[in-house]
Unconditional design. Structure first.
Length: 211
């Protein structure tokens, strides 16, 4: 398996660009024992999977663990893939559920790792103002302080959500995925995902009222 990489894009809204190659053909070949086809699938989804895990767990260590576990599960379960959904949805469902389990375990242990920047220096998605370019020759220290304070408050508020609420909120607003796709990833209905998103949004509004 190739080494995990990083991606400069925060949002994972579509298949990887290289994914224009017929995934179904690669999957069928890999199911037939074609190792090169499986390696090509890994190459296509390598960086997007790691980026998704980074955005959901906010921890480089947890993201790499999720990445390794996801591809191991894909390797072991590929023979059971029945094309009832796209391979894209299937592999992201695996990653999402692994990250959801990690968040649940952390919630039980009351242990949350600090927010971490991506290894390529990109700001975390929760740091909203970091995504807005500062057109001044030098950054505004006061603005930077406000940005950091708001980003911190957002992260604290997100931690108050249940693992599933946080997962749905982040997949919708940070990854830009449709509720139907989120429902498929979490093996539930679109309406259930919508209700979960509504609860998460209400809780965040209460926590961030002053912001």
């Amino acid at each position: 398996m190739p080494a995990a990489g990083t991606e400069r894009e925060h949002r994972v809204t579509t298949k990887p660009a290289a994914g224009k190659i017929d995934d179904a053909a690669l999957v069928r070949a890999a199911q037939g024992g074609d190792q090169a086809a499986f390696e090509e699938l890994v190459r296509l989804y390598d960086r997007p999977v790691l980026r998704l895990a980074l955005n959901l767990t906010r921890s480089e260590e947890d993201a790499r663990d999720a990445y390794q576990e996801a591809f191991l599960k894909v390797y072991r379960s590929l023979g059971n893939f029945r094309f009832e959904c796209s391979f894209y949805t299937w592999i992201y469902r695996i990653v999402t559920n692994i990250c959801l389990d990690q968040l649940r375990k952390k919630a039980v242990r009351k242990e949350e790792k600090p927010v971490l920047q991506g290894s390529d220096g990109d700001a975390e998605p929760g740091d909203f103002f970091a995504q807005v370019a500062d057109d001044r020759p030098a950054g505004d220290p006061e603005r930077d302080m406000i940005r950091r304070e708001i980003g911190y408050k957002i992260q604290i508020a997100l931690k108050r959500l249940t693992p599933r609420e946080r997962m749905v909120f982040e997949l919708k607003h940070y990854q830009g995925l449709k509720l139907r796709t989120i429902g498929e990833m979490l093996e539930t209905s679109e309406q259930t995902a919508k209700n979960c998103l509504f609860r998460a949004t209400q809780k965040l509004r209460e926590s961030l009222g002053e912001v």
